[in-house]
Design a protein around this ligand. Structure first.
Ligand SMILES: Nc1ncnc2c1ncn2[C@@H]1O[C@H](COP(=O)(O)OP(=O)(O)OP(=O)(O)O)[C@@H](O)[C@H]1O
Ligand SMILES: [Mg+2]
Length: 220
């Protein structure tokens, strides 16, 4: 790990969660990775760039006695994105949640991709999902950024997503652990906590696995 010689700490890593489709799990994955990182002892900040403010609403419900996360909000205006990236410093990990139709903000996206250490592109396994995320991954890769798909809302015990996996790996990297469609994931989100903060939660191994994948990919 490269250590900052001035303040003695490792440089902050930025994880960008993006994808063209709405409702695919960007905010869900953002908050669950944030919680996993905070529980693992990292100082974690989150940045909500979506004017729907889903991540901000989750954060506002967060009970005081949960693992500490520092939250920021900004818009997708290029100047706002630049200011936010310049202003949020000193954490171990910054997780950036983006709005749907991210392709409408190519300039801001390029700034974000240039600053990100890793990009997660959440996707479902339907043909519609694959048709929208595959060209998006091509664009993400064209920026030179490191990125991977994460399959989300996979039906428990379903096997059909193996086909989706084999299509996705033709376009980009794929997190080997998928996130199932579990009520506990939505339930914990509605309470301002992460799945890993819910006792005996279904899906904890999967969320934990995605976190370990991201952590390893980012060299955290
Ligand atoms: N793995 C999952 N299991 C159960 N529910 C899920 C899962 N992933 C997401 N959801 C639910 O699906 C809905 C949409 O998820 P989420 O808000 O994370 O998507 P999004 O990509 O951020 O959407 P938007 O583009 O509108 O910001 C939420 O109600 C969330 O609780
Ligand atoms: Mg969202």
């Amino acid at each position: 790990m490269i250590v900052d010689v001035i303040n003695g700490s490792a440089p902050m890593k930025r994880l960008l969660i993006s994808g063209p489709k709405g409702g695919i799990g960007k905010t869900t994955i953002s908050r669950n990775i944030a919680v996993a990182g905070a529980l693992a002892g990292f100082s974690v900040a989150t940045l909500d760039l979506d004017m729907q403010r889903g991540l901000t609403k989750w954060f506002s419900k967060r009970p005081d006695d949960m693992a500490s996360i520092t939250h920021f909000e900004a818009t997708m205006l290029t100047s706002d994105v630049q200011d936010a990236l310049a202003g949020i410093v000193g954490f171990d990990l910054l997780i950036i949640d983006t709005p749907p139709s991210i392709e409408d903000h190519p300039e801001s996206f390029k700034i974000l991709a240039g600053a990100a250490d890793f990009i997660i592109v959440p996707t479902g396994s339907s043909d519609d999902d694959l048709d929208s995320v595959r060209p998006w991954m091509q664009f993400v890769k064209s920026t030179g950024a490191r990125a991977a798909f994460v399959l989300n809302r996979v039906k428990p015990r379903a096997t059909g997503f193996i086909e989706a996996k084999s299509i996705l790996v033709q376009t980009g990297h794929l997190c080997p652990i998928e996130v199932p469609d579990y009520e506990d994931i939505a339930f914990s989100g509605n309470r301002g906590i992460g799945l890993l903060e819910l006792k005996r939660a279904k899906g904890a191994d999967h969320i934990g696995g995605v976190w370990h994948y991201v952590k390893a990919e980012m060299g955290l």
